[in-house]
Design a protein around this ligand. Structure first.
Ligand code: F6P
Length: 544
């Protein structure tokens, strides 16, 4: 039976007008316990979801839908290593990478925990060797600038980790990223590097991604141009990949090649050796604390009842808005400068996972799936796009994320940050009525007529949903738990929409067509192209 034919789906559709007939202001006024009813905490992540367009009945109906969609068994299937990535015949086990218990995780009859733990030990040994200088540059100097060469999941998640854990960076280290095929990325990053003290880490699950290979080659050329020799490459280039052959052909010493497994999706790989550059910089102890925090969230997700389960609650709230209120986007608003890259990572994680148009069985879908994920830091966003959140015609649910304690307490900045964090949420909730606007304007001495003319522009409807997500401090543990919570939310929605959240065939066509355009640029043969593309290829060729 199709999702939209389920009894629990239809119960929600029938329930919606009841919710639409109320304003969040009224809901709070009617129930003084509303906040405590819709607040929960797991793995030190506190979530108040009371500012959503919901009643207790809505939540129980959403949970009934989750249950009818087989949420519990879908969660168990993922943790138990069932091949839920059906189009690639793969298990999905990023959770095994952060399994801090003795529980075995089986893939094809083998416990993969041994390999994972061996990899963690290798990462620790390598990180220590870089620290001590035992693994040093070709002139014997310590390696202190780490350059992460990778794109997509081999860039975005790792960048969130290193940015958010900036206060934990070891002294003397620097970490840079090269991702884009735009030569500017390589040029700008290599411009100030010292070849004797730089370690390039080529991070590519496939070791076949055009951008990463081209950038790795460009960095190797740069290294040669600065005096490095072929035999020195192994002191300055290491790799993380499932593709040993391609990595060793590039010149990576097999000793310095870190493994990855096909059951780790690229966008879920920050927990693996893909996180080695970050582990070197923040230290392996902190990297393991990150894993520990994620593990705490995994345990919660795996065992908590649906109606107390943070990722399930957040995921089902998203379903509520995207499918029943036609909301097309979801904003992640960070009141924490260190977390500014989270929306970029979640964009890939969510949109590559759930940007799907067919069911797992290949049938076309007749409802909305993955939302557009976007966001940024507060208070900057308040002076930019929050206007649309408050007065635009679209309903965009938002997450407001903030630590209780600042890593950088300066004067009363953090209290001001919180004041804005909460003020924005109140504005979304309460808005400003016409009567309030009129009273305000006339109190300032404006005539009744002038006030009436201006009032519609100043009215803010409110009743716009948001979640408050808080934690004590941005420690490795809480950052791990936070990212894991967001990852699981994606899976929850994928389960309801019955899509394969772990493949990404849609990105392949663009890669193939890009290769063909590159060939046409060399040959000049544009006969296969439409008139627009042919003219553009010719125009570009003229500038080559
Ligand atoms: O193009 C999409 C993608 O396959 C992502 O899923 C992945 O994170 C990224 O490319 C990079 O892939 P790799 O780690 O194999 O270089």
């Amino acid at each position: 039976m199709s999702l939209t034919q389920l009894a629990t789906w239809n119960a929600l559709a029938q329930h919606k007008p009841e919710i639409e007939s109320q304003h969040l202001r009224e809901m709070f006024a009617q129930d003084p316990d509303r906040a405590s009813k819709f607040t929960t905490e797991a793995a030190n992540i506190f979530v108040d979801y009371s500012k959503n367009l919901i009643t207790e009945e809505t939540i129980s109906k959403l949970m009934a839908l989750a249950e009818e969609c087989g949420m519990q068994s879908a969660i168990a299937d993922m943790f138990e290593g069932k091949k839920i990535n059906n189009t690639e015949g793969r298990a999905v086990l990023h959770t095994a990478l952060r399994n801090r218990s003795d529980r075995p995780v089986m893939v094809d009859g083998e416990n993969v925990m041994q390999e994972i733990n061996a990899c963690l030990a290798k990462m620790r040994a390598f990180s220590n060797a870089v620290d001590s200088g035992e693994f040093s540059g070709y002139t014997g100097k310590k390696l202190r600038t780490i350059v992460n060469i990778g794109i997509g999941g081999s860039f975005l998640g790792p960048k969130v980790v290193s940015d958010s854990l900036k206060p934990y960076w070891k002294e003397g280290y620097d970490l840079k990223y090269i991702a884009n095929i735009d030569g500017t990325d390589v040029a700008e990053v290599t411009k100030d590097l010292d070849p004797e003290t730089t370690l390039f880490v080529v991070c590519s699950k496939s070791f076949g991604t055009l951008e990463t290979l081209k950038n790795a080659e460009a960095c190797r050329e740069w290294f040669y141009s600065k005096g490095g020799k072929l035999e020195d490459v192994k002191h300055h280039f290491i790799a993380v990949s499932t593709n040993q052959k391609a990595a060793t052909e590039f010149g990576i010493d097999a000793e310095n090649l870190f493994p990855l497994w096909d059951w780790v999706g690229g966008r879920y790989s920050l927990w693996s050796a893909i996180g080695l550059p970050q582990a070197i910089v923040v230290g392996m102890d902190n990297f393991e604390k990150l894993l520990e925090g994620a593990f705490q969230m995994d345990e919660h997700f795996r065992t908590a009842p649906l109606n107390e389960n943070l990722p399930v609650i957040l995921g089902m709230l998203g379903v509520w808005y995207h499918n029943f209120f036609d909301s097309e986007a979801h904003a992640i608003l960070l009141y924490d400068e260190y977390l500014k890259e989270l929306p970029n990572h979640m964009q890939q994680c969510d949109m590559e996972s759930n940007g799907k148009r067919v069911l797992t069985n290949g049938e076309e879908i007749n409802y909305q799936t993955g939302p557009v994920i976007w966001g940024g830091t507060g208070t900057n966003g308040q002076h930019a796009y929050h206007q649309l959140l408050h007065q635009g015609t679209r309903l965009i649910p938002a997450d407001f994320v903030m630590p209780l304690k600042s890593q950088n307490p300066i004067a009363d900045h953090h209290a001001w940050l919180f004041a804005n964090f909460l003020g924005q949420q109140q504005a979304m909730l309460e808005g400003k009525t016409e009567a309030e606007v009129m009273a305000e304007l006339t109190a300032k001495g404006m005539s009744e007529d002038d006030a009436k003319e201006l009032a519609p522009h100043k009215v803010i409807p409110g009743n716009r949903p948001c979640n408050t997500i808080m934690f004590e401090k941005g420690t490795p543990e809480t950052i791990g738990a936070l990212i894991a919570m967001y990852e699981h939310r994606v899976y929850v929605q994928g389960v309801v929409w019955e899509v394969n959240s772990f493949d990404q065939w849609g990105v392949e066509l663009g890669k193939v067509l890009g290769n063909a355009v590159f060939d046409a640029l060399q040959s000049g043969d544009v006969s296969a192209y439409d008139s627009s593309s042919a003219a553009l290829i010719n125009k570009f060729r003229e500038s080559m």
